[in-house]
Design a protein around this ligand. Structure first.
Ligand code: G6P
Length: 617
């Protein structure tokens, strides 16, 4: 949600900022803007639409300064207009600001500032914050602890701000300085050679430096080309921890693929190999994790698991629920993080919490985690982004290790979450009643998953042809049962997200209690049909659709024989172990939504109204 990048150094700031913004565009793409300080004034360029529009706008200006900052916006307060785009400059011209988050008490502050003579050009909460910094900057004396007036005025402002923020501030009379602060929105400092950077995401700065500092909530950093210092809102000095980013810029580039989503779909065999590397026991009968920070003894006392997440990650939790209940026989509950945080759920003792989040920054997931911790529970996180807020605040966890995921619609992160969920079920199962032999078969199956995914990916040309035929429809159903019900939900979510085609996911048998009313020759259904006992029940549901003229696309395990003529289109997936089935079945639903989106000429990597990481409520 909203991309932020700031630079102070020797290079021209604008090209570096634009390059960073392009890498951050997946965080928000309603509008973009840049400001540099040059010749004693702020030079601002901003434009609605993509960073490419901003580039054209920048060409009209001569932004040659070596200090500056830029922003890609995902609108919260105020419509998508040039005026509402960031950066904002205070009405006295002294302060420029970019902001990610929501200032909840902005109306009250605005009223106050109007009485002090400040004026506003936009409808945003950000412009209000910007003017409040200007107000303090104009008024406050030097701070007593040695901080500059600039830092102190930001600190005083933030003490009045309710809500969330990741901000970068420039002051007209402080060239070569950036002040940045966070509460609830991620910010990372990049420490380069004679230059300093700040960004909402490592990908924006990794081409300049791999030395980074993850700012924490309640901290304010002051950056100059050669130095940086961090203090708290309460004016205490902070000893920074400098981390090294382990991936390079090539990891977040598209290569020969048409879209990041396509690249990430086809990367999944390798992503799965990376996610499982070093995570099986020597005897080959169970999984092992380095960072859970919870002993086997403690695990044995757990009587219930609770999983919270949002979007695609919640679907991964739902599959994990099914596998833990099947293989470890312990009750599991899954909840939308956004609901859990407010519903004051009664929680039994000996519950172990998990959150799943690719980005580790989703605000609802973070809030659910904090709520569980506040109630005295341990919370473990499954997360892809090293150093993310969720990773740092969790009591322990499991990194997905699949590298940066740039496509807004999650694919490789999702299947690696499914894999980790399956490994957790095995780990917990082996502590209980799952036998050595069953554990060995389970491990062998998981190790074979990348090859089964490779094999399934070979169906891509066939799925592309099917996509051409279904791209014309306006509504679809995705239907599955047991561990494939969450995959049906995920298929429908993907179709909505990137193809703007209305789709619903349902348990196949539940379809007759309502959604069947939608069935006609204009509403196709995608059925997920595994082998096993349930297959005849699913075939009955397919017959119910067929007799109402609904087109059927069947994703079928090899070896299952469907009655002749029942499915209009068939996609075969390899027969596999129950723990691997959801991973393999995800591939055709991802490819189907991807090719439908391509066919419908949708902007696959930046779907309408979405953002990769939602850091506002
Ligand atoms: C957004 C994205 C979804 C994603 C969800 C959770 O809504 O559009 O694709 O699944 O956030 O993201 P997380 O980073 O917490 O997994």
């Amino acid at each position: 949600m909203c991309g932020i990048v700031g630079y102070v150094g020797k290079q021209k700031a604008t090209p570096l900022i634009l390059e960073g913004l392009k890498r951050l565009e997946y965080r928000g793409y309603d509008s973009a803007g840049v400001v540099v300080l040059q010749g004693g004034k702020f030079d601002v360029a901003k434009k609605i639409g993509r960073v490419a529009n901003l580039e054209k706008e920048v060409a009209q200006h001569h932004l040659s300064g070596t200090y500056g900052m830029g922003h890609t916006r995902w609108a919260t307060h105020g419509g998508v207009t040039d005026a509402n785009a960031h950066p904002h400059v205070s009405s006295d011209g002294a302060i420029a600001l970019i902001h990610n988050g929501v200032i909840e008490n902005y109306a009250k502050i605005k009223k106050f500032l109007l009485t002090k003579g400040y004026s506003f050009k936009s409808e945003t909460d950000t412009e209000v914050l910007c003017n409040l910094i200007a107000y303090h900057y104009a008024k406050e004396p030097l701070a007593t602890n040695g901080d500059s007036r600039f830092v102190e005025s930001v600190r005083r402002t933030l003490r009045h701000a309710e809500g969330t923020y990741g901000i970068v501030v420039m002051a007209l009379d402080a060239p070569g300085e950036l002040v940045t602060a966070r509460k609830g929105s991620p910010l990372i400092l990049g420490l380069g050679d004679g230059e300093s950077l700040v960004a909402s995401d490592v990908s924006a700065i990794v081409s300049r430096t791999q030395s980074v500092v993850y700012l924490k909530d309640g901290e304010i950093a002051h950056l100059t080309p050669k130095n940086f210092s961090i203090t708290t809102l309460g004016s205490d000095a902070v000893e920074p921890v400098i981390d090294t980013v382990t991936w390079s810029i090539a990891d977040s580039e598209m290569g020969e693929h048409a879209h990041f989503m396509e690249k990430e779909i086809f990367e999944q065999p390798i992503a799965l190999e990376n996610a499982m590397r070093g995570r099986f026991s020597e005897d080959g009968s169970t999984a092992q994790f380095g960072g859970l920070n919870i002993s086997a003894g403690e695990f044995r006392t757990i009587e219930r698991f609770m999983f919270c997440a949002c979007g695609t990650a919640l679907h991964a939790c739902m599959v994990t629920e099914h596998l833990i209940e099947s293989f470890a026989r312990i009750p599991v509950e899954c909840d939308y993080a956004s609901e859990f945080r407010y519903r004051n759920a009664p929680l039994i003792p000996n519950t172990l919490f998990f959150v799943m989040s690719q980005s580790g920054e989703t605000i609802d997931t973070l809030a659910a985690m904090r709520e569980a911790k506040r109630k005295g529970f341990k919370v473990l996180a499954v997360n892809n982004v090293v150093g993310s807020t969720i990773a740092r605040e969790a009591d322990g966890g499991i990194y997905q290790h699949v590298g940066p995921e740039v496509g807004v619609a999650s694919t490789k992160a999702f299947t690696s979450q499914l894999l980790i969920g399956a490994m957790l079920a095995l780990y917990i199962g082996r502590m209980r009643d799952l036998s050595f032999g069953s554990g060995v078969r389970y491990v062998t199956a998981l190790k074979g998953a990348p090859d089964l995914v490779r094999k399934t990916l070979l169906q891509a040309p066939h799925i592309r042809e099917i996509a051409k035929r279904i791209a014309k429809y306006h509504d679809m159903l995705f239907l599955g049962r047991l561990s494939l019900f969450p995959i049906a939900l995920e298929g429908a979510l993907k179709m909505k997200e990137i193809s703007s085609l209305h789709a619903e996911g349902y348990p196949a048998a539940e379809m007759k209690h309502g959604p069947i009313a939608l069935i006609s020759d204009q509403c196709p259904s995608v059925f997920l049909v595994p082998s096993g006992e349930i297959v005849n029940k699913i075939i009955s549901s397919m017959q119910e659709i067929k007799s109402r003229k609904g087109p059927i696309i069947a994703i079928v395990s090899e070896g299952v024989e469907l009655p002749a003529g029942l499915a209009d289109e068939t996609i075969l997936i390899p027969e596999c172990h129950e723990a691997v089935l959801p991973i393999v079945a995800s591939i055709p639903v991802q490819l189907l939504s991807y090719y439908v989106a391509v066919e419908r000429k949708c902007d696959v990597d930046k779907p309408r109204n979405l953002a990769k990481s939602v850091t506002v409520e």
